[in-house]
Design a protein. Structure first.
Length: 248
């Protein structure tokens, strides 16, 4: 399975450490690291291995900041917490981080049925199942919209609800990078469609809110946008948003 994971060059100090079918990122700052999202529960060994390839030990990770509480983004968090990292997430996703459950609203599992004929959907779901059961995550700290986190890279939190209630993006302005998480993707995991776009309706709790939330990204000063699924986008967040709106 290829395509859902970023594999290309990145700005200095930024490392791709995810495993198919979901990206994870490490941002280095003077020997300390912030990890954004941690992949599937069964891929913690790969996460540590990719950190090592980038030149870091798990004990170098000062913080894990989560774009949201879906289990394909939180699986390796407890493993890194054992090395001393804090785990941080938006307050509106704390409950589902501690007690994972199926989404409601537009994201109810029944809404996935129309995709059963898609080979991309079947491959994606197979990878998810092989990734293991959701990992219990406890002891997380919470953050709110607009704060600059006191972690390596000093990311600014941008609350972008829609995919989940507490979904957030992170502006690493010293790296000129926006981590969009699942507010956007560049490869649709259910259809295989490429290019910046909102995640498919069937995996969002509120599809219309996803589009409204994109407006908060327009003014972010960045030249690279990173996604939970797919290749990086070389351009401004405003350009990525415009493409996503055009692809609707």
């Amino acid at each position: 399975m290829t395509g859902y994971l970023h594999a290309g060059p990145l700005p200095t100090g930024v490392h791709a450490i995810g495993s198919e079918p979901v990206n994870a990122w490490a941002f280095a700052d003077e020997g300390r690291v912030t990890v954004v999202d941690t992949g599937l529960p069964g891929r913690a060994d790969e996460l540590r291995g990719k950190l090592a390839t980038a030149g870091f030990e798990p004990t170098d990770v000062a913080a894990v900041i989560l774009t949201h509480s879906d289990s394909d983004h939180t699986g390796g968090a407890p493993d890194l917490a054992e090395g001393g990292a804090t785990i941080q997430i938006h307050e509106d996703d704390l409950e589902t981080l501690y007690k994972p459950r199926a989404k409601g609203g537009d994201g109810k599992p029944i809404h996935l049925l129309p995709y059963l004929r898609s080979k991309h959907f079947r491959r994606f779901m197979l990878a998810m199942m092989k990734g293991g059961k959701p990992t219990k995550v406890t002891g997380a700290e919470t953050f709110a919209d607009g704060v600059v986190l006191d972690v390596p890279g000093s990311p600014r939190v941008i609350h972008t609800p829609g995919h989940t209630a507490g979904h957030c993006c992170f502006a690493f302005e010293q790296h000129a990078v926006l981590v969009a998480g699942d507010a956007l993707c560049s490869l649709n995991p259910l259809t295989g469609g490429a290019g910046p776009q909102v995640m498919p309706k069937a995996v969002n709790v509120d599809y219309e809110q996803c589009f409204r939330s994109l407006e908060a990204l327009r003014e972010v000063e960045a030249s690279t946008v990173l996604f939970g699924h797919g290749q990086a986008f070389s351009g401004t967040p405003a350009e990525a948003v415009d493409q996503a709106l055009a692809a609707r």
